[in-house]
Design a protein around this ligand. Structure first.
Ligand code: NAD
Length: 486
């Protein structure tokens, strides 16, 4: 990507600088080097993008495009993501910090996959004939696009999260304004370019880079019909309040504090390997990351010893190095936040088994690296047990029986993901039914698949993404009553 090009916003099919000339910078978290400047959208840019999206929504070129043609468009975007996969993965790793194995093997792959998946949906968005009791009438439903959608995304999986919202929004015939996080705007700008190259009509996809003010202006804008947001619970609440003016549709994918239950009969080596990955992928900066480890008291010492030893051995370094497993945290602010939580764990009396400090060494001293950290003897009321840390910090608790562990695992404001490690199918299904979370994994890493719903209970948000659920989120239902009386 030509780094001059990053300084423009995509509005009505044209790349333009911010109206007030605003520019901000994004840095490589592995070494603190300036990566690129980007345009900082102001209120005039938000107005222009919303107006462009509205015009495009009403324009027959988009509104009357056949489902088959829309499907082909989405398929082309998937092809273009794959064409640029290596460069996109490298860009994401420099901007976000994640290991190249993750940006290329998960982030970019999922992005292309989700466009293919929703390309197929374009020809399958159907209403139904309703079983009404009014005599001599026919009633049927239509699924219609919601309208102008603001898609506001976080910094942890920038490309994949933008893709998993944009693909269903377009499949359903909406128009969109993408607003990536200010820490990681580059891969979303690239995605917007690919949409233009694929032939998406002008104004159907707009892209505004910038910080919270651009997001706030979109959320409050009377010309926006829906906000699809992924980010922190705190900002999610502000979005609900900000969207009240015109009662926008709002879907929210927010924080998590996933419990991992390791039953007495669990294969401990498999649980250690899976939990380590589940806790530390993207350096723990994942909403579905496993963070609260409830281990049957008879297996707790073995589990703690093994997972701490394995965590301490993980290669830490710049994400661009092929052997890196733990990259940097996204920013200095995030590094401070994680260090603050670790200090609070120590102060409140948790036992620090490994880690607990900023990583040191020639490869990491200029970046935002933190050692993988394992606490044992954690109490349910400690801050590290209750708040989302979003870093490489694991907390181990012990439990005695199933009723107790269910109550404690569910004693959280969040409810996004959970995992159960057991070799017994009855235990697996029983716990899957009793844990309050949007997704329960059994003997598995936290995975995202375009065909499986993703979203949470409680403070983890509103609605579900992926599968047919995203089609519901990005459409309105209209009923049509016909008089058939002669
Ligand atoms: P954040 O909430 O700070 O920011 C997310 C986005 O919202 C950014 O684009 C930001 O510019 C924008 N924003 C900030 N304030 C705003 C406001 N008042 N109005 C409108 N927009 C505003 O989140 P983050 O720190 O970028 O991301 C980390 C959070 O995201 C974590 O809490 C994590 O759990 C969550 N997350 C959830 C999921 C999920 O699927 N549930 C996935 C990834 C991340």
């Amino acid at each position: 990507m030509n780094l001059e090009e990053t300084k423009k916003l995509l509005v009505a099919g044209e790349w333009v600088p911010a109206a007030d000339g605003g520019v901000a910078q994004t840095y490589d978290p592995a070494d603190g080097q300036l990566l690129a400047s980007f345009a900082e959208a102001g209120p005039a840019d938000v107005d222009a993008a919303v107006a462009a999206a509205r015009r495009a929504f009403d324009d027959p070129e988009w509104r009357a495009m056949s489902p088959d043609a829309r499907g082909r468009l989405l398929w082309r975007i998937a092809d273009l993501i794959e064409r640029d996969a290596a460069a996109l993965a490298e860009l994401e790793t420099h901007d976000q910090g994640q290991p190249i194995s993750m940006s290329s093997g998960v982030n970019v792959v999922l992005s292309a996959q989700v466009f293919r998946y929703y390309a197929g949906w374009c020809t399958k968005i159907e209403g139904r004939v309703s079983s009404v009791s009014v005599p001599d009438t026919l009633h049927y439903t239509r699924r219609e696009p919601v309208g102008v959608c603001a898609i506001i995304t976080p910094w942890n999986f920038p490309l994949a999260i933008a893709a998993w919202k944009l693909a269903p929004a377009l499949a359903c015939g909406n128009t969109v304004i993408l607003k990536p996080a200010e820490q990681t705007p580059l891969s979303t700008l690239w995605l917007a370019r690919l949409c233009v190259e694929a032939g998406v009509p002008a104004g159907v996809v707009n892209c505004l880079t910038g910080g919270p003010p651009a997001g706030q202006a979109l959320v409050a804008h009377p010309g926006v019909d829906k906000v699809s947001f992924t980010g922190s619970t705190e900002v999610g609440k502000q979005i609900v309040a900000g969207a009240a003016g015109n009662l926008k549709r709002v879907s929210l994918e927010l924080g998590g504090k996933a419990p991992s239950i390791i039953a007495r009969d669990a294969d401990i080596d498999a649980a250690v390997a899976g939990n380590l990955q589940g806790a530390l992928f993207n350096t723990g900066q994942a909403c579905g990351a496993y963070t609260r480890f409830f281990v049957d008291h008879k297996r707790a010492d073995e589990f703690t010893e093994k997972i701490a030893a394995a965590a301490a051995r993980l290669p830490i370094g710049p994400g661009i190095r092929p052997d890196t497993v733990l990259g940097p945290l996204v920013s200095a602010e995030q590094l401070d936040r994680v260090a603050h939580y670790v200090d609070s764990g120590v102060r409140q009396g948790a036992q620090l088994v490994t880690g607990g400090r900023r990583a040191t060494g020639p490869d990491v001293e200029r970046g935002h690296f933190f050692e993988p950290t394992v606490f044992a003897g954690v109490r349910d009321d400690m801050v590290i047990a209750r708040e989302e840390i979003f870093g490489p910090v694991l907390s181990i608790f012990t439990y005695e029986d199933e009723d107790e562990v269910v109550a404690r695992a569910n004693d959280t404001d969040y409810g996004l993901a959970a995992v159960v490690w057991t070799q017994d199918t009855v235990t697996a299904h029983s716990l899957a039914g009793r844990i309050r979370a949007g997704t329960v994994f059994v003997n598995l890493l936290p995975l995202i698949d375009p065909g499986a719903p993703w979203g949470g209970f409680g403070l983890s948000g509103w609605g579900r993404e992926m599968g047919s659920f995203a089609v519901d989120e990005f459409t309105e239902t209209k009923g049509v009553f016909l008089n058939l009386a002669r």
